[in-house]
Design a protein around this ligand. Structure first.
Ligand SMILES: [Zn+2]
Length: 278
């Protein structure tokens, strides 16, 4: 059976062992997302500095592919505007982030990664920084539209209104709404269906089960951060396989799991999720 975690990081704690745990628990496919520049000990002040992050991440994903089938998601975390802005000013920060997204787009075109990462801050920021963050996210949508890839978004907490605003931004540049993935989604499968955006449901509490009861248009993730200071945060690498087994126990069949772990993933990201023969 194919079991996909839609959003995980590898950083400084278990590293690739996290993927061994995922695999031993039954996990087969994973989307690995690059972290913030500070996690790589970098202080970027030009777009090309992000290339170093992307290249490092892609090399890590290549290694990960010896354990499970891993896909690289690359881009610029929205909190980067605060880190960069403190050094170079917020206007310049937004420019750097946009150009870095262009560079990420090129790597995706070359087939070295499959999707972009963008979004807008999840914490309170000034009106100016909010506006600039929206500009950056809109640019990510333009790049995704040009390249023909999906965008994983890190955003403020879910609200229908907020998500609708994002959906309309995608419309404005001609990016299909289903290619916009809300990472860390609550299990509001029906609302997302209505919005057209695609939810990557975080496996907290009974979210997976609640999502499944609403429909099959979602993916599952742990947002495992692999930080030695926060071991097991947000959720451990075995969580998605465990939640999938829980769904099976509750009567959701393997076709249902195939839908959320294979068909949805293939449609959203345009990748092939093939059975891997170890
Ligand atoms: Zn994350």
């Amino acid at each position: 059976m194919i079991i996909t975690d839609d959003h995980m990081h590898i950083y400084n704690h278990l590293k690739l062992k996290a993927l061994e745990q995922f695999k031993n628990a039954g996990g087969t496919h994973v989307f690995l997302v690059n972290l913030l520049s500070k996690h790589y000990g970098l202080k970027p002040n030009k777009p090309e500095d992000f290339l170093e992050i992307f290249e490092k991440h892609i090399r890590l994903v290549e290694k990960a592919n010896k354990i499970v089938r891993a896909f690289a998601v690359i881009g610029v975390h929205p909190a980067e505007i605060t880190l960069l802005g403190d050094r170079v000013g917020f206007e310049r920060a937004a420019e750097i982030m946009k150009s870095a997204l262009d560079l990420a787009g090129r790597l995706i075109e070359e087939g070295r990664a499959v999707a972009l990462k963008s979004g807008r801050p999840h914490y309170k920021v000034s009106k100016d920084v909010w506006r600039l963050s929206n500009d950056v996210m809109l640019h990510a949508f333009e790049v995704a539209k040009d390249v023909g890839c999906a965008v994983q978004l890190h955003t403020e907490s879910y609200s229908y209104e907020g998500m609708r605003e994002i959906a309309e931004m995608a419309d404005s540049v001609g990016l299909k709404r289903f290619r916009v993935v809300k990472h860390f989604s609550p299990p509001k499968v029906k609302e997302f269906e209505d919005l057209g955006l695609f939810p990557s449901v975080i496996c907290l509490n009974d979210y997976a089960l609640t999502a499944a009861k609403e429909g099959d248009r979602f993916m599952l993730e742990t947002d495992y951060i692999d930080d030695r200071n926060r071991p097991g945060a947000v959720l451990g690498p075995r969580t998605v396989p465990r939640k999938v087994r829980e769904l099976l126990r509750h009567g959701f069949d393997e076709d249902f799991i195939y839908k959320i772990c294979v068909e949805n993933v293939e449609r959203v990201y345009g990748v092939e999720v093939e059975e891997i023969c170890p």
